[in-house]
Design a protein. Structure first.
Length: 550
């Protein structure tokens, strides 16, 4: 344990209130925290536990509608709760950095990535434009971003979600801060990319004696990253201990429950009948963005009542395939069939019933929900559009959907998305998809923003809905635990092509395709030595060299 002189951050009796229903309600209840230089503390717990709220408070910041009502936050001798706004702003970006959960909602869509990366070093007079640009390219390279010399000159919408998340991690490292708040930084990343990012984060922390708060609901990830773990529940501290001790011998029942999640494994279903018509057929589909071909001869079927999981690295074409199915991106070759009939390539040419039958739950709930509309309106709109239901009957149907996703209607109907946690917003996305009463739902990383307890509940709910309504699902995911839990068939994609597909039980048994084997071996385990051992096995060089200034 580091000695007392190395303490960088001290939080004592932190109490935070949120404004709701015209009154202030305490949401964080007297949390204490001590962080030393070079130390990583993991903050874990369910959605709504207060992890992100506490992480932001460590910067002297609260979201709109929240306030620090009591306690102290001392960073390197400066009391942030009483510091002036200009004093706090001088720290942020230079000595304290933040990596948000949703990169898509955090970048300015009007500016190129490189310009946003170099803003903080220029503002704080750490580097010149040329120096910070050169350093950005080196960080992009070490974080395995494609075309590192070029990718920074793209706009946020021109890169994938996983690539955008890595660009934001690089941006946080630009000024080599003393403290970084990592708020679910690998949520949007596939397992192979996650390894590189985790290794880079860990090496930079080691090289520069940087302290970090690592907020996550992924216990296997926090096991690789944290020196200590603090468990939170509904704004209360449950327990704290060194990582190995916490993993081996958790003291509290709630922590033991967290350690035991992902027990859900759906019973295998019989194979489709030979003469059964697939509900959705992707037949020899190719697609392009401009002159760049991104899908090449992709084919697979999805049957009623069954789930096909589509897996692969960021940029492999998973979400692009979904865009082709929904008509958002017309294919340049091949066709999409629904119940044996060819669909018009463009969604604008499809009938209202064809549109209703296929719904999508998006990866980034932050950007998928209208921030100006209340939850009741967001869920109610597709009901009214497709069914013509209004008034009391519409309200009743919305309430039923909120019940289905385990959110109390009276508490959430009149809220705005900004008043919900990331997991709650994702559940609203699920309810909105169900509102159209579709036959087929595309789930694009549907559990990526959820803690593991809530994710298991969502998977159980989706399984129940599938049985009750005979729904077909296409699960786009990088979480192979989700695949094991809910999939019937698996399609593995790489660089816009299908490299392997088949029944789940066959796909998870060796021998695997070389690329499938890479994905399977990259799933983190609840062993603090797992990442180090894996990097040694693969002969990976010291990724932390990325942090060295050129």
């Amino acid at each position: 344990m580091a000695d007392e002189k190395s303490v960088l951050l001290t939080v004592k009796d932190l109490r935070i209130e949120g404004y709701s229903d015209e009154k202030w309600i305490e949401i964080v209840h007297g949390v204490d925290l001590t962080l030393h230089r070079g130390e990583v503390m993991g903050l874990i717990g369910e959605s709504g536990a207060g992890k992100s709220t506490i992480g932001l408070a460590a910067m002297g910041f609260t979201r709109d509608g929240c306030r620090i009502s009591n306690g102290t936050v001392e960073f390197d001798g400066m009391e942030l709760t009483s510091a002036t706004r200009s004093e706090r702003r001088a720290l942020r970006g230079s000595r304290i950095a933040y990596v948000a959960q949703s990169a898509a909602a955090s970048f300015n869509p009007a500016h190129k990535l490189i310009d946003q990366h170099t803003e903080a070093p220029l503002l704080h007079k750490i580097d010149t434009k040329d120096e910070s640009t050169k350093d950005a390219i080196e960080l992009y390279r070490r974080l395995r971003l494609p075309n590192p010399e070029e990718i920074g000159f793209r706009y946020p919408h021109q890169v994938s979600g996983g690539q955008l998340q890595r660009a934001m991690t690089a941006m946080a490292m630009a000024c080599r801060p003393d403290l970084i708040i990592f708020d679910e930084p690998t949520t949007a990343l596939d397992v192979t990319t996650q390894i590189e990012v985790l290794a880079a984060i860990r090496d930079i922390v080691d090289q520069f004696n940087t302290a970090a708060l690592y907020i996550t609901h992924d216990l296997a990830v926090v096991a690789q990253m944290a020196d200590r773990i603090k468990v939170l529940l509904k704004g209360d501290e449950v327990e704290e201990a060194e990582t190995r001790k916490m993993l081996e011998d958790p003291q509290e029942e709630y922590t033991k429950t967290l350690w035991a999640v992902r027990s859900f494994k759906r019973k295998p279903k019989p194979a489709p009948k030979k003469d059964e018509t697939p509900l959705v057929t992707v037949r020899n589909v190719s697609a392009a963005y401009g002159d760049t071909k991104v899908l090449d001869d992709v084919s697979f079927d999805i049957y009623r009542g069954r789930t096909v999981a589509v897996v692969g690295e960021s940029g492999s074409g998973k979400s692009t395939t979904a865009r082709c199915i929904t008509g958002l991106l017309p294919p340049i070759g091949g066709e999409i069939l629904f119940d044996g009939k060819v669909l018009p390539p463009r969604y604008q040419d499809r009938t209202k019933d064809q549109l209703r039958q296929a719904q999508m739950i998006y990866q980034m709930a932050d950007t998928a929900l209208n921030p100006k509309k209340k939850i009741g309106e967001i869920i109610g709109r597709p009901i009214e559009f497709y069914s013509g239901v209004t008034g009391a009957e519409l309200k009743k149907r919305v309430d039923q959907l909120l019940d289905q996703i385990e959110l109390e209607p009276s508490l959430y109907y009149h809220r705005l998305p900004s008043e919900l946690s990331g997991g709650q917003k994702q559940r609203i996305g699920i309810a909105r998809a169900l509102a159209a009463e579709p036959a087929f739902i595309i789930c694009d990383e549907v559990t990526s923003a959820l803690d593991q307890l809530v994710a298991e509940g969502i998977l159980r709910l989706l399984d129940k809905l599938q049985k009750d309504l005979n729904l077909a699902y296409m699960f786009i995911t990088h979480d192979l635990a989700t695949v094991r839990s809910i999939a019937d068939e698996v399609v593995v994609m790489k660089e816009g092509k299908v490299v392997e597909q088949g029944p789940k039980d066959v796909m998870f048994k060796p021998p695997h395709h070389e690329y499938t084997d890479l994905l399977l071996s990259s799933v983190p385990e609840m062993d603090p030595d797992w990442l180090s051992n894996l990097l040694d096995e693969r002969g990976v060089d010291n990724i932390g060299e990325a942090a060295n200034k050129s």
